[in-house]
Design a binder for this molecule. Structure first.
Ligand SMILES: C[S@@+](CC[C@H](N)C(=O)[O-])C[C@H]1O[C@@H](n2cnc3c(N)ncnc32)[C@H](O)[C@@H]1O
Length: 190
């Protein structure tokens, strides 16, 4: 999450004029959660930060973005929940940002609360990104915002799945594009 992207997320939270909490898919250690949370706190909104805290493909042992400090050797799994909680505590956001710890798609299928803003930055495998989009995009209220991170129209720049779900959102007729900041696409639910 680059600074310009985080600031854009915060700006869109401040500009919301529809009811409902904000929800992010993919929190890692809380960087984007803090941008969303600081703006939400000022606006009297709540943020749900959803992550299974087991890391994405690139975070696993032996992969490029693996961090040994975020690995529970006893069970052989990545564990970012402690680091995430520390980030939120240090930012004074314990009462604004609520952790949802678990897999995105099944939670999205039973979720009931309409969302003012949905930020998708979870797993970048095709099945995961598609699952996130299909389970969650319909929860955004008309007038609300869908933000998708790591959207690379040119395959030379990065992986396809976030771009593919962005295309699905545009083609659905349910969303209109409003802004692109760096790799972060913003759409409004019509
Ligand atoms: C790129 S990181 C998120 C980065 C974060 N938004 C930030 O700004 O620092 C992706 C996160 O998605 C989580 N994730 C991947 N697939 C998931 C799934 N199916 N359900 C829940 N979380 C998932 C991983 O655990 C990882 O923490």
């Amino acid at each position: 999450m680059a600074v310009d992207e985080g600031e854009a997320l915060a700006r869109h939270v401040r500009a919301l004029n529809v009811p409902g909490p904000v929800l992010e898919i993919g929190s890692w250690c809380g960087r984007s959660s803090v941008y969303l949370g600081q703006a939400a706190r000022d606006e009297g909104r709540m943020v749900f930060a959803l992550d299974h805290h087991r890391g994405s493909e690139e975070h696993q042992l032996g992969e490029g973005y693996h961090d040994p400090a975020l690995y529970d050797g006893d069970i052989g799994r990545v564990d970012t929940l402690g680091a995430f909680r520390r980030t939120l505590h240090d930012a004074g956001l314990d009462h604004t940002v609520v952790a949802l710890v678990g897999p995105s798609e099944p939670i999205g299928r039973v979720w009931q609360t309409p969302l003012s803003l949905l930020f998708i930055d979870g797993g970048h495998a095709m099945a995961t990104a598609l699952g996130d989009y299909r389970a969650w995009a319909g929860h955004v209220v008309p007038g609300g915002v869908l933000a998708i991170h790591d959207v690379f129209p040119d395959p030379k720049d990065g992986g396809r799945p976030p771009y593919e779900i962005w295309k699905l959102a545009v083609a659905s007729g349910l969303f209109e594009t409003i802004e692109r900041v760096n790799t972060l696409e913003f759409l409004r639910r019509v």
